[in-house]
Write a protein that binds this ligand. Structure first.
Ligand code: PEP
Ligand code: CO
Length: 468
């Protein structure tokens, strides 16, 4: 993203009918026949067909060429030449698509990236969990409150968060709303990225209206001062490269709902190959990575860079089999394994996977998701995580890779640009009672602005140790 307007000869232009060149991608019906986990049960099939038909005709949100660029960058990540920073909400919401919200999220990601780049002298590949992150897998189909049982909330892509029978009915019109909300989000992100807001000379501006008492905001301020002086020096000697003025930023989400993802798949007119044009990178979640399931079958046909979550139950053979199915040509940058073991399990659970995958010569980027293995319910009833556990899982991830001589390629975090109180600990020392102060997430707890910045400084130290 940030490479200027679409050139018109990329994927998706003049779309229907889908797949006119007979490129083999399974039909939606074939995928459903294989069996897909975590899909909603829609009461009105005609309405589903209508939404899917609509989505098949809409313009792409991203271009195949941009997906290829990201793939090349992830290949660099897997070689240890760059670090991947992925971040955003656990679940985006339609109400959350406001200018402030999107800007705040982008701003913290940019701040985190600059901290990682400056403190560790490593390029950072920036990936938003945004513009499509609206569908959630759930461990239970139902939710019970005060003796009332209703279908679980599955993300704004499926049903409403309100705990009423009407709101919890899956509504396929929401799939079209996902597209529109994603388009609005990406439009804003592209404007920020190309319109000067992401210019490195704004490094101070990103810190504006930050809680000044936060030692990390102060530390950032000092670093921004150093960067600014370096930029001024460069300018004085006549160097003002393009890279200072633009930033590369890409979008990603869990491709969970077959209807949406299939309808947003297009044949790229340059290569005649299928791409999911709803996000640059898409990933398979921990609950839908069955080797013989519909998600793996769908993912193996698209050409985007893709991710696959691996939790504590994943065996080395499973990881190998997934890699063989999802990346049979062993193309670097194509496949990222996003590991999410939990702080207590990563040091024992991760090495066998990395060892076997590496020994077989399989090309993958290893990325840590330090969030999903560390969730628990606080005494006050809130779903939360401890900042120290998040940090410890990342440290474990770095330790494992250092011991094996492999590359800890990046991290994917759930974070927001706002001052929410959803994760306990960190420099602000939010405790379990403090969670009630401003808990806004509709699914999983997110790092707030200060915690995100703090994490970036601490991970920068690990990254520096990686490269020395
Ligand atoms: C997520 O990333 O929000 C998620 C649900 O993760 P996982 O599939 O790893 O549980
Ligand atoms: Co989550």
């Amino acid at each position: 993203m940030g490479g200027g307007p679409p050139t018109g000869h990329e994927s998706g232009c003049g779309a229907p009918p889908p797949y006119p060149w007979g490129v083999s991608i399974p039909t939606l019906e074939q995928l459903h026949a294989i069996g897909a986990a975590q899909q909603p049960t829609y009461p009105d099939q005609a309405a589903v067909t209508k939404a899917v038909e609509r989505l098949r005709t809409v313009p792409p949100l991203v271009f195949a060429g941009e997906c290829d660029e990201l793939k090349d960058k992830i290949a660099a990540v897997s070689r240890g030449e760059a670090f991947l920073l992925a971040g955003g909400d656990c679940a985006e919401t339609f109400d959350g698509v406001t200018a402030d919200n999107v800007r705040n999220k982008l701003r913290v990601l940019l701040q985190m990236a600059v901290v990682l780049t400056y403190a560790a002298s490593v390029p950072v590949v920036k990936l938003g969990r945004l513009a499509g992150q609206y569908a959630k897998p759930r461990s239970s189909d139902l939710e019970t409150r005060d003796g009332v049982t209703l279908p679980a909330y599955r993300g704004d892509a499926v049903n409403g968060f309100d705990f009423t029978p009407e709101s919890r009915i899956p509504d396929p019109q929401r799939l079209v709303d996902v597209y529109n909300s994603s388009a609005a989000t990406l439009n804003l992100v592209r404007a920020f990225v190309t319109g000067g807001y992401a210019d490195l000379r704004q490094v101070h501006t990103w810190n504006n209206d930050f809680v000044r008492e936060s030692p990390y905001a102060q530390r950032y301020e000092l670093m921004a001062g150093e960067i600014e002086r370096a930029l001024t020096f460069m300018k004085a000697i006549g160097a003002d490269p393009d890279e200072f003025h633009r930033v590369d930023f890409h979008s990603s989400h869990e491709a969970l709902l077959l209807e949406y993802e299939h309808a947003m798949t297009r044949i790229d007119s340059r290569t005649q190959l299928p791409y999911n044009v709803s996000g640059h990178m898409v990933w398979i979640g921990e609950r839908t990575r069955q080797l013989d399931g519909a998600h793996v079958e769908y993912f193996r046909h698209i050409r985007n860079p893709i991710g696959c979550k691996l939790g504590p139950t994943a065996t080395p053979d499973e990881a190998l089999a997934l890699a063989a199915r999802l990346n049979p040509e062993n193309e670097p940058g194509r496949l990222t394994f996003i590991t999410r073991f939990g702080a207590g399990k990563v040091r024992d659970g991760l090495p066998p996977l990395v060892e076997k995958v590496t020994a077989e010569g399989v090309q993958v980027a290893w990325v840590s998701d330090p969030m999903h293995g560390n969730t628990f319910e606080a005494s006050t009833g809130y779903k939360t995580r401890r900042f120290d556990d998040v940090l410890d899982e990342i440290q474990g991830f770095f330790d494992v890779h250092r011991a094996l001589g492999t590359v800890p390629g990046g991290m994917m975090v759930e974070m927001t640009g706002d001052d929410v109180t959803e994760i306990v600990g960190g420099g602000e020392e939010i405790d379990e009672h403090g969670l009630a102060h401003r808990y806004e997430s509709v699914v999983d707890p997110r790092l707030n602005r200060v915690q995100s910045l703090e994490l970036a400084f601490l991970v920068a130290e690990m990254l520096r140790a990686r490269t020395t």
